[in-house]
Design a binder for this molecule. Structure first.
Ligand code: NAG
Ligand code: NAG
Ligand code: NAG
Ligand code: NAG
Length: 687
């Protein structure tokens, strides 16, 4: 009977019909998993598969069309630009007014190390291969091979893959980038897929449960007033008049990679969703708290694989001395959904989240046909338990609840946040500190961790070699976070963000209404100047009486003077000591959540010393202040403070961010602690 139904559907021209596409989608969730689990069986007799028409590949003169009856995707040949996506009665979800190479594409930004100019490269293929053309799967490969006899162009072989599966309401894309030994030096600073949707259709954007709204258009932005940099625009005369007077900036919609598994756009008529789903972050650089762009006004949806956003130079992929490299990025899933006209289009977000969970469960996918993508049986597992030893908090070992634990290429503790060439595999420990890292590609790794509530970075001192099918059970791991003595006082809790500190309301003239009543207030534009408005005197924090949630400004920024220039500021921490051990060192633990072209100087009880007691030197280019982040890269300094500098009355620690001139130079603190001399020292002294 099922076969008969499909016949009827076909006669009715169902693939253009919104109604029946929806009917099919109803079956889709139940059936999709079955199809994907099976490897291409051309002559499969399974009844299930006949619910859906086979995937078809249409070769046109300079285009190719992938069609599974639910949607079809048109790509240029041999370039591999996505020129059209037809779905739910919409001829093209992409902005067909744009040129064919400017609608949906992969791109890289690269430069030769001796040329400052960046090349924006859309990776146009020169050859196209049909990897498979089966009823259940069509996979295409668009290839560009570097010509090693020339010294021009990006020294990288490109293989862009597009996959359509039978019965699935979307398509997959991944890419393999490779360079061979001896190829020229190059810097690669960004890699992504871009989708530019039809602006007449897509106006509602969703990047998380809390962050969704009707967005301004590109035209609205063009009519607006550019603020302090081109990405930030004041909307003076938008088509939707309720957006008038708001600020739009794509960086207001960034997310940590760990929180950026699905985002996209909703069209209300016909009710249609376009979503970018990232089923794994193994191929992203910089670890789980690396932040990046998601979707933004355009309407645009991105899949950002790597970039320098919120991190700076360390995240540039730098090849020197002929270093060879190969890496697979993706697959990511472009998922389309729809509801009936009388249903609420906003439910498409909930459905997209469901689909994200389904895709995540299916990871690693079993269909990509590149030999460079290992399936589940070729991957390994690492399990273990992490405990924390901090005798000043608890004489017994403490379970690392909710610790972030990951495998990444070997380096120093904390290297993972700057790591940009390999794969990373992260998990979180449970309440008892147990963890399981699954689906690890074969290779050599270090195991890294950090534990909310404790400062610093853990690294297991033994290299871990994962072989296909490995099941590695580690002994109990113990992290000794930096600590030299008992806590005399502390400010905030260590979690690598400044989010618990005081975040002001924005200038009422420069609001994004989305963030008005939200924990994400820090995403408002222009908060760097609010310090000048709200702190006519620089910040003074009195340990006895101040409250970090209301009294400690979330970013140590410069002060704006005479409406034109920015000058450094000095913050003070004031505290009393009733006893000082003049012969021992105290320790100031300074954990920073961000630094941008900044220098933090520390002076103890004397603000006037020309040479500070301690300085970080010039650090950081994560640009988190300008990009409305609440953190960038993490920095930890353990500063010795000789007891001889302290007094048995009121003490002041002066924190100077000494680099002025720009509103965006500064730091964010994560956590600050003053420790007394170690009790060992005291015991020794008393002996
Ligand atoms: C290349 O990358 C390195 C950092 O990895 C950076 O120091 C250098 O300035 C970059 N060169 C160019 C031309 O971007
Ligand atoms: C892993 O390390 C071992 C020993 O250090 C080495 O022999 C092996 O080649 C490495 N494997 C990979 C995949 O790099
Ligand atoms: C700074 O600029 C604002 C707005 O343009 C203006 O109202 C204010 O008077 C100026 N202040 C000074 C000190 O020039
Ligand atoms: C205190 O720290 C300084 C600087 O790190 C070091 O040179 C000195 O030896 C330390 N003093 C004691 C008593 O540990």
């Amino acid at each position: 009977m099922v076969d008969g139904e499909v016949q009827v559907l076909k006669k009715m021209g169902w693939n253009r019909s919104c109604w029946l596409a929806i009917l099919l989608q109803f079956f889709l969730l139940a059936q999709c998993a079955v199809h994907r689990r099976q490897r291409i069986h051309k002559n499969s007799t399974s009844d299930d598969e006949n619910y859906y028409p086979p995937v078809q590949l249409h070769l046109l003169e300079d285009h190719v069309v992938l069609d599974n009856g639910i949607l079809n995707v048109t790509l240029s040949t041999p370039g591999g630009m996505i020129t059209g996506i037809e779905y739910n009665g919409i001829d093209n979800l992409l902005e067909y007014e744009y040129k064919e190479n400017n609608r949906g594409y992969w791109d890289l930004v690269w430069s030769k190390p001796d040329h400052q100019a960046d090349v924006f490269d859309k990776l146009e293929g020169t050859d196209v291969y049909v990897i498979t053309e089966e009823d259940n799967q069509v996979e295409l490969s668009f290839v560009r091979t570097w010509d090693s006899s020339s010294d021009t162009g990006l020294p990288l072989n490109i293989d862009k893959r597009f996959v359509m599966l039978r019965g699935c309401s979307g398509f997959y894309s991944y890419a393999i980038f490779e360079r061979l030994e001896g190829w020229p030096d190059v810097n690669i600073s960004q890699g992504r897929i871009v989708f530019k949707l039809q602006h007449n259709l897509f106006q509602y954007m969703a990047v998380s449960d809390d962050r969704q709204r009707i967005m301004p258009t590109t035209h609205d932005r063009e009519k607006g007033l550019v603020l302090d940099y081109p990405e930030a625009v004041f909307l003076t005369n938008p088509d939707n008049s309720f957006l008038r007077g708001e600020v739009d900036d794509k960086y207001q919609y960034s997310s940590d990679n760990k929180d950026s598994r699905v985002h996209g756009w909703i069209c209300t008529d016909p009710a249609t969703g376009f979503w970018v789903i990232t089923p794994s972050n193994e191929f992203k650089t910089g670890g789980p708290v690396k932040q990046d762009l998601t979707s933004h006004a355009g309407p645009i949806s991105l899949s950002m694989f790597f970039s320098t956003h919120y991190a700076g130079l360390p995240l540039i992929i730098e090849f020197r001395d002929g270093e060879p490299w190969k890496k697979v990025f993706g697959p990511v899933y472009m998922y389309l959904n729809s509801v009936l006209p009388d249903e609420d289009p906003l439910t498409l977000w909930a459905d997209a989240k469901e689909q994200m969970l389904l895709e995540t469960e299916k990871w690693p996918y079993d269909f990509p046909l590149s030999d460079d993508f290992p399936y589940a049986d070729q991957r390994g597992t690492v399990t273990g338990r992490l405990l924390v030893r901090d005798n000043y908090i608890n004489e017994r070992l403490i379970t690392a609840n909710g610790a972030y634990i990951g495998l990444a290429p070997s380096g120093d503790p904390g290297f993972w946040q700057r790591e940009n060439k390999g794969y990373q595999f992260w998990t979180e420990s449970n309440a008892l500190g147990y963890f399981v890292i699954k689906n690890i590609r074969a290779g050599n790794y270090s195991l890294y961790a950090w534990v909310p509530g404790f400062i610093g970075d853990y690294k297991y001192n033994i290299q871990i070699t994962v072989l296909p099918g490995s099941k590695i059970r580690l002994r109990t791991l113990v992290y000794d976070p930096p600590r030299n003595g008992p806590t005399l006082w502390e400010i905030d809790i260590p979690d690598r963000t400044a989010s618990e500190f005081f975040v002001p309301d924005p200038n009422p003239m420069l609001m994004n209404q989305l963030y008005v009543s939200q924990p994400d207030k820090f995403r408002q534009y222009g908060l760097w100047d609010r310090y000048t408005d709200l702190y006519p005197e620089d910040l003074v924090y009195t340990i006895e009486s101040s409250i970090y949630q209301t009294d400690w400004y979330f970013a140590h920024v410069n002060r704006k003077v005479d409406n034109k220039t920015y000058v450094p500021t000095t913050w003070k921490i004031v505290f009393d000591l009733t006893y000082v051990d003049e012969l021992s060192n105290y320790t100031l633990q300074l954990a920073l959540a961000s630094a941008n072209e900044a220098e933090l100087q520390v002076r103890i009880n004397d603000e006037t010393t020309e040479v500070p007691h301690f300085t970080t030197g010039l650090i950081g280019r994560d640009n988190a202040i300008a990009r409305h982040g609440i953190h960038g890269l993490y920095w930890l300094y353990s500063v010795d403070v000789p007891g001889s500098l302290l007094v048995t009355s009121t003490n002041t620690i002066f924190l100077t961010q000494s680099r002025g001139l720009s509103p965006w130079r500064g730091i964010m603190y994560d956590y600050i602690r003053l420790e007394g001399p170690s009790s060992n020292n005291q015991t020794q002294k008393h002996k």
